[in-house]
Design a protein around this ligand. Structure first.
Ligand SMILES: NC(=O)c1ccc[n+]([C@@H]2O[C@H](COP(=O)([O-])OP(=O)(O)OC[C@H]3O[C@@H](n4cnc5c(N)ncnc54)[C@H](O)[C@@H]3O)[C@@H](O)[C@H]2O)c1
Ligand SMILES: O=C(O)C[C@H](O)C(=O)O
Ligand SMILES: [Mg+2]
Length: 609
């Protein structure tokens, strides 16, 4: 009933929006026949350009443009402005009742009309981010082979060993400036999804454009397909990837190495190479191996680190208690948690706090319990600095009760492990306990927003990796924040692409953390919010982009000449605008329309004869 009314409302709005224009455009089209004899050779190629998603304007082609491009009849006779098109897209988007249906609809739009697609996600980021990104992208990856209909990115497989450069050069765009690659081994908290991980590379790069406003033609999503150990996929006749067990050891490392070298050969040394959702031991190994040789980031470690630290800086600001006086507990000791922990120590060291004091109040708990000095084996050697002289203990509830953390960050991929007892204990011991349930997608969150607020009488400073709706407690509406690296990587990429450093240091992520926290404090102040709202995410990315660009330039790592005097303007000028009217001449998609003088009315009638 409500849904029907909504639909009716939308339709009514749309029709009144279109009514007057539509009428005049129909009348005009009757008066102006096609320009049959006009520049026939140009016209032949135009149709291919018109259906190229990069150029296609669909019903936004004016009648005059349709005449010149000889495409009258290929679209219905109405003319829609971009605003009207966006409205129509929104109506269609809402008409799909499942999130997977909405995703598929948006992919089809992207394959038809790229600018309209990006305009839409920019315009409706709060509605669309949960579809093209977590949580829906998780379902997308789980079903990717079944919904596959177009490549969406480049698949480089183990069979391409020895000629990966050639494969990369097969991508139709030549000016590639950033590559997001996954080998699909740890997709969100969903495990090994093999080549189905393409959805993640695509989703991350979509946010480069939607939030960082980085032109999409510079971006290349990649799956490095080295096989999968997911038995369900190996048995699935529709699986799109290499149907073999994962390569490992030397063979795997050689493939990754060849991939890195091939990117540089194909696209240049300053190509940003973004690693996403690699399994944790590999992720840490590759940072060590590639960080000082390539323009390289690992988002799950470094992007998450800056986002996590930004949340901690906000907690410090809200609780008015210095970070080193907080007791900070990490549940999980993988890419995400350890990344945040290491950057937190870097932050504390920068405040002239000694290493032993910096790590004193930071506890790590993994699947085997609290990380202690007595451990025989450390899965990731970096974790050793946090090991404590304590007896082994596996019970998280007991650890929280005994150690009384004021900040608790979960990145375990284990939904619901922050139990009522844990949350009540946090609420009992602290006025404003910070609780970050970072695991994705939604069903992997360590606790929901509702649980965190309910069991702390609404006092928790809560944030989660995937979005949760607002909660009403005692008549007060509490809006949870999203603690997701989407607040960092689009801005980092923007700052990096604008300044072209050869390598990216950890300091860039410290700068990023401060830029996010600063944005939250100064431009989106909200009493108890650890992060700015998602609707501000593009502004956050710009703020981060400018901060990163300034930092890269200030430390002499930029390789652009001349060094811009106005860095903010320099970053802004780099960005992508979907409004064709304001597009730069170099990206104006219909040079014919600019080159050929539009015929005046008499000439037009003459040509038509
Ligand atoms: N919000 C974000 O921006 C963001 C960023 C990166 C990762 N993540 C999410 O974080 C999760 C973990 O990612 P990762 O790359 O660190 O994975 P990972 O596999 O490297 O780490 C998981 C860690 O959790 C530990 N663990 C498992 N069960 C546990 C339990 N019951 N109690 C305590 N510890 C337990 C494991 O021992 C391991 O240390 C995933 O769900 C991922 O989607 C979120
Ligand atoms: O993809 C996300 O939403 C965040 C993060 O990179 C993850 O792996 O969970
Ligand atoms: Mg990730």
């Amino acid at each position: 009933m409500a849904c029907g009314a909504l639909k009716f409302g939308l339709r009514q709005n749309l029709s009144s929006l279109l009514a007057s224009k539509h009428q005049s455009s129909v009348n005009k089209s009757r008066l102006s026949p096609p320009l049959r004899s006009w520049h026939a050779s140009v016209l032949k190629t135009d149709y291919r350009k018109v259906v190229d998603p990069k150029y296609n304007k669909g019903t936004a082609f004016t009648h005059k443009e349709r005449q010149i491009l000889n495409i009258i009849g290929l679209y219905p006779s109405c003319h829609r402005t971009e605003k009207e098109q966006l409205f129509a897209v929104y109506t269609n988007f809402k008409a799909h009742k499942t999130n997977l249906g909405r995703y598929i609809y948006l992919r089809a739009l992207r394959a038809r009309q790229e600018r309209l697609y990006y305009s839409f996600i920019i315009d409706r980021i709060e509605d669309v981010m949960p579809i093209i990104y977590t949580p829906t992208v998780g379902i997308v990856c789980q079903n990717f082979s079944h919904i596959y209909h177009t490549s969406m990115g480049l698949y480089v497989s183990k069979y391409d060993k020895g000629h990966m450069t050639h494969v990369l050069n097969n991508w139709p765009e030549t000016d590639i400036r950033a590559v997001c690659v996954t080998d699909g081994e740890r997709i969100l908290g969903l495990g090994d999804l093999g080549a189905n991980g393409m959805g993640i590379s695509v989703g991350k790069l979509d946010l480069y454009t939607a939030l960082g406003r980085i032109p999409p033609q510079y971006l290349l999503p990649v799956v490095l397909d080295v096989g999968t150990n997911n038995q369900q996929l190996l048995c699935d006749p529709m699986y799109i990837g290499v149907r073999e067990e994962r390569c490992k050891g030397e063979e795997y490392d050689e493939l990754v190495n060849e991939f890195m070298q091939s990117v540089v050969k194909a696209f240049g040394v300053q190509t940003l190479i973004h690693f996403e959702d690699f399994a944790t031991p590999n992720a840490f190994r590759f940072i060590k191996k590639y960080q000082s040789e390539y323009c390289y980031i690992n988002d799950d470690i470094q992007g998450t680190a800056s986002c996590g630290l930004a949340g901690f800086l906000a907690a410090e600001h809200i609780t008015k208690k210095p970070l080193n006086e907080h007791v900070i507990m990490f549940a999980g000791a993988g890419s995400a948690a350890l990344g945040v922990g290491n950057l937190l120590v870097k932050e504390l060291l920068s405040r002239k706090i000694k290493e032993e004091d910096a790590v004193k109040n930071i506890y790590f708990i993994d699947v085997d319990g609290i990380v202690t000095k007595g451990r025989k084996k450390f899965v990731i050697p970096d974790i050793k600095r946090f090991a404590k002289d304590l007896p082994p203990e596996k019970n998280l509830e007991k650890l929280v009760e005994d150690l009384k953390p004021s900040i608790l960050l979960g990145a375990t991929g284990q939904g619901g492990i922050f139990t009522e007892k844990i949350l009540r204990s946090m609420g009992k011991n602290h006025k404003h306990p910070a609780i970050l349930a970072c695991s994705n997608p939604t069903n992997k969150a360590e606790c929901t927003a509702e649980q965190a607020y309910n069991f702390t009488e609404g006092r928790a400073l809560y944030a989660s990796g995937s979005p949760f709706p607002p909660v009403v407690i005692n008549g007060k509406r509490l809006t949870p924040s999203q603690a997701n690296n989407a607040f960092s990587f689009p801005g980092v990429a923007l700052g990096v692409l604008c300044t072209k450093p050869h390598t990216i240091t950890d300091d860039v992520f410290l700068v990023t953390a401060h830029a996010i926290a600063e944005y939250a404090r100064e431009f989106a102040p909200n009493e108890n919010a650890l992060y700015p709202p998602v609707k501000e995410a593009a502004n956050v990315a710009f703020h981060v982009g400018v901060a990163v660009a300034k930092y890269v330039i200030s430390c002499g790592a930029a390789t652009i000449y001349p060094i811009p005097k106005d860095i903010t303007k320099h970053v802004k000028d780099y960005q992508y605008y979907t409004d064709l009217g304001t597009a730069l001449p170099s990206v104006w998609p219909y040079p014919e329309l600019a080159r050929l003088p539009l015929p005046d009315r008499d000439e037009e009638m003459e040509c038509a004869d």
